[in-house]
Design a protein around this ligand. Structure first.
Ligand code: ADP
Ligand code: MN
Ligand code: MN
Ligand code: MN
Length: 336
């Protein structure tokens, strides 16, 4: 037996966008399954999850991966926040996805989430001249060269760490606005994709510390003629992935069209600054879907249309969205 370090990670009560918090627990390892991770507590009055005179909240480990930063037998642990009496805390959005995923397990939903983010150094995006602007957008998307991409060392390290931790990361690319990047996770099941998304975000914030850089998920980090940051959510059920799936995808789009506002309500704060109808988005005020249409709310990829089955891409979620909420409502709207 030797001491291990387990980083307990949870979402706080910050409004309108919950933030990540974590602290380290040291105990005798190794961890072979969830039951080896003890419940723990924290001061909810410091995280907007409780009032001072009744401040204890409970951390219940629900998912863990190897800690690729500390290495060895150390682990990163996703926790659900519970009240002292063991009931679900109001800030705990995972509990609802857990129920929805279980109810619809037979649909075999898969999610592939594209996480866009922006690296900042001080008040400016990484690589931008102090207090000024770089050349207009155009050459930066998937660019190469020190004059076009900024922060590749961080991005590559993040990719390596995610792979080492067993996260289903499926790609990275430089984005349209300089200093902005994307990675994709999936396709995998609802709880796994959402848990891995939160863990990959934590790893990104954590390793950016070492570079004196901060990653932000704000949907419109720079006002004006600069692309915002989204979290396109690619979604399919077993029926969509099989022969005749196109009809199931179109039915799903019709159902989505009737719940546009309910979806927008959980697709991330400040998303109205991003969904303007410009910069490869559809206006937040309308819902449209189309084949290969990057100006639509929901895009059906060209390959899906060609094959007659596949998946749909919901382009509305913003970079700062909560994947527990987004995955849950997509399943509820299209499968209920
Ligand atoms: P683009 O930038 O062209 O919109 P990306 O390559 O960045 O596309 O992302 C596509 C995403 O679609 C990936 O995250 C991938 O995991 C996901 N994906 C692929 N097939 C499926 C599927 N059948 N169901 C759900 N997601 C899928
Ligand atoms: Mn992409
Ligand atoms: Mn993108
Ligand atoms: Mn996309």
């Amino acid at each position: 037996m030797s001491k291990i370090r387990a980083e307990y990670i949870w979402m706080d009560g910050h409004i309108p966008t919950q933030k990540l918090r974590s602290k380290t627990k040291v105990f005798n390892g190794p961890v072979n399954n969830l039951a080896d991770l003890p419940d723990w507590g924290f001061d909810g009055s410091s995280t907007m999850q409780a009032v001072g005179n009744d401040s204890d909240c409970m951390l219940k480990p629900v998912y863990y991966i190897p800690d690729p930063i500390r290495g060895g037998d150390d682990v990163l642990v996703i926790c659900e926040v519970m009240n002292a009496d063991g009931t679900v805390h109001t800030s705990n959005t995972r509990a609802h996805l857990r129920a929805v995923a279980e109810k619809h397990a037979s649909e075999e939903a898969w999610f592939g989430i594209e996480q866009e983010y922006t690296l900042f150094q001080g008040r400016s995006p990484l690589g931008w001249p102090e207090g000024g602007y770089p050349a207009p957008q155009g050459p930066f998307y998937c660019g190469v060269g020190a004059d076009e991409v900024f922060g590749r060392d961080i991005v590559e390290e993040h990719l390596d760490l995610c792979i080492e931790a067993g996260i289903e990361i499926s790609g990275i690319n430089a984005e349209v606005m300089p200093g902005q990047w994307e990675y994709q996770i999936g396709p995998i099941g609802p709880l796994e994709s959402a848990d891995q998304m939160w863990l990959s975000r934590w790893i990104l914030y954590r390793i950016s510390e070492d570079y004196g850089v901060s990653a932000t998920l704000h949907p419109k980090p720079v006002k004006g003629d600069w692309n915002g940051a989204g979290a396109h959510t690619n979604f399919s059920t077993k029926a969509m992935r099989e022969e005749g799936g196109m009809k199931v995808i179109e039915d799903a789009c019709e159902k989505l069209s009737k719940k546009h506002h309910e979806h927008i309500a959980v697709y991330g704060a400040h998303n109205e600054e991003r969904l303007t109808g410009l910069h490869e988005t559809c206006s937040i005020k309308e819902f449209r879907y189309g084949i290969s249409d990057r100006g639509a709310s929901v895009r059906i990829p060209m390959q899906t249309a060609k094959d007659g089955f596949g998946y749909l891409e919901d382009r509305r979620p913003s970079a700062n969205m909560d994947p527990y909420e987004v995955c849950a409502i997509l399943i509820e709207t299209t499968c209920d």
